[in-house]
Design a protein. Structure first.
Length: 412
């Protein structure tokens, strides 16, 4: 019978004696210490030269097919131009901005000069009426009144727009403004009429092709014209003063009154020229044959003239004096038109225009004097009769009447 030893976990109370475990050291081992000084480095071999630094190898460009595409030039930002400094405005420049306009209820009237002009033309009118009546009796017989009434009604044509256009083109030599001219002229005209309280559409603007004279015209019932010199050379304030002066002629009735009187005086003037021509021819023919015949015909013509003057109550004599009276009324009308422009605030501008016109007249007189001196003659002085027949006052007179408007006004 075999015996089997007990396993280690046996509960045998007397196990067999095993090997004895080693004793744990009583003292720990000493910790190794390093050397007190580090070892000296080996000496560098001085006998050997340092190796040469390797030179860089040349870079070969990459193949063209792998080259990067060229960079397109970048647009440089545009440098903004320097702002253009506007030219300084003329001292007589005015604003033409649109604004509210108040129109007057009565935009036309007949002032004292217009009524005076019609009164002076009255002898011409009556003489013309006699001439038209005689011609109508000779031509129409019993229907002579139709000719007289028709002639009287022709005076209304001066307010007829198509007739005015024909008058402006044929008699006054005016034309319609171009687009550029109208763009400059219309705003100034609007400003003038706005200050006057007048409807600008009631009048028509015209241009006179004249690059040497500073002038303007008011004619018939609705014509206002300026020269190209005034339009292109004057600042808008002075151009407005010129237009305001012409508007004064229309508002005061000067334009239509003078044209109406001139129209109704045409038959009398035509008859006077015919009679004068026949008388001169008759006297010359009579003088050829004998002095006695000349005296007889002259006496006969004198009797006819005296009878005509007596029959017409001296109207022909008044006609002889009419040119001087009309010239005086015309000068007064110019001063009234100046006052109208000054009342609208254009007195300084109008004074500047008058100074320019005076300077131009003086320069023209000096040139004429030099030309006369070069020709060995003397320039004749203006006669007193010519001054009486002048239709415009001299510039000194006009400037004198503008002085009250040029003085500084006291504050209100």
């Amino acid at each position: 019978m075999t015996t089997t030893p007990n396993p280690p976990d046996s509960t045998d109370p007397h196990p067999a004696a095993g090997p004895t475990p080693p004793q744990y050291p009583q003292q720990p081992p000493a910790y190794p210490t390093g050397p007190t000084q580090p070892p000296a480095p080996p000496a560098y071999p001085a006998q050997y030269a340092p190796p040469a630094y390797p030179s860089p190898t040349p870079q070969t460009p990459p193949p063209a097919q792998h080259a990067a595409p060229p960079v397109p030039p970048q647009p440089q930002p545009a440098i903004p131009p320097k702002p253009i400094t506007p030219a300084p405005l003329h001292a007589h420049h005015i604003s033409t901005d649109q604004r509210r306009v108040y129109l007057k209820a009565h935009q036309r009237h007949a002032d004292a000069t217009a009524l005076g002009s019609l009164l002076i033309y009255l002898p011409h009118f009556l003489s013309s009426l006699v001439v038209v009546s005689l011609v109508s009796l000779l031509v129409l017989g019993d229907l002579a009144f139709l000719g007289i009434v028709g002639w009287l009604l022709t005076g209304l044509l001066i307010f007829h727009r198509p007739t005015e256009s024909t008058l402006a083109r044929r008699l006054l030599g005016l034309r319609h403004p171009t687009r550029e001219e109208f763009s400059r002229l219309a705003p100034v005209w609007q400003e003038v009429t706005a200050r006057a309280g007048v409807d600008a559409q009631n009048y028509e603007l015209w241009i006179e092709e004249n690059d040497t004279d500073l002038n303007a015209v008011a004619a018939a019932g609705h014509i206002v014209g300026v020269t190209t010199f005034a339009l292109n050379r004057l600042p808008n304030g002075e151009l407005a003063a010129v237009l305001a002066h012409e508007l004064g002629h229309h508002v005061g009735g000067h334009a239509w009154a003078s044209l109406l009187g001139y129209w109704y005086a045409l038959p009398a003037r035509l008859a006077y020229r015919v009679i004068r021509f026949l008388a001169v021819i008759t006297l010359r023919v009579a003088a050829v044959f004998s002095l006695l015949g000349f005296l007889v015909i002259a006496f006969f013509l004198g009797i006819v003239a005296f009878g005509t003057i007596t029959t017409l109550y001296g109207l022909p004599l008044l006609i002889l004096a009419a040119p001087y009276a009309l010239a005086a009324v015309g000068r007064r009308a110019e001063l009234r038109a100046d006052q109208h422009a000054a009342a609208l605030g254009f007195a300084p501008m109008l004074a500047s225009v008058l100074h320019q016109m005076h300077g131009a007249d003086q320069a023209a007189k000096q040139q004429a004097a030099l030309a006369a001196r070069a020709a060995g003659t003397r320039l004749p002085k203006e006669s007193a009769m010519a001054k009486l027949l002048a239709t415009h006052p001299d510039h000194h007179t006009r400037l004198h009447h503008l002085q009250p408007w040029l003085q500084p006004q006291p504050p209100r």
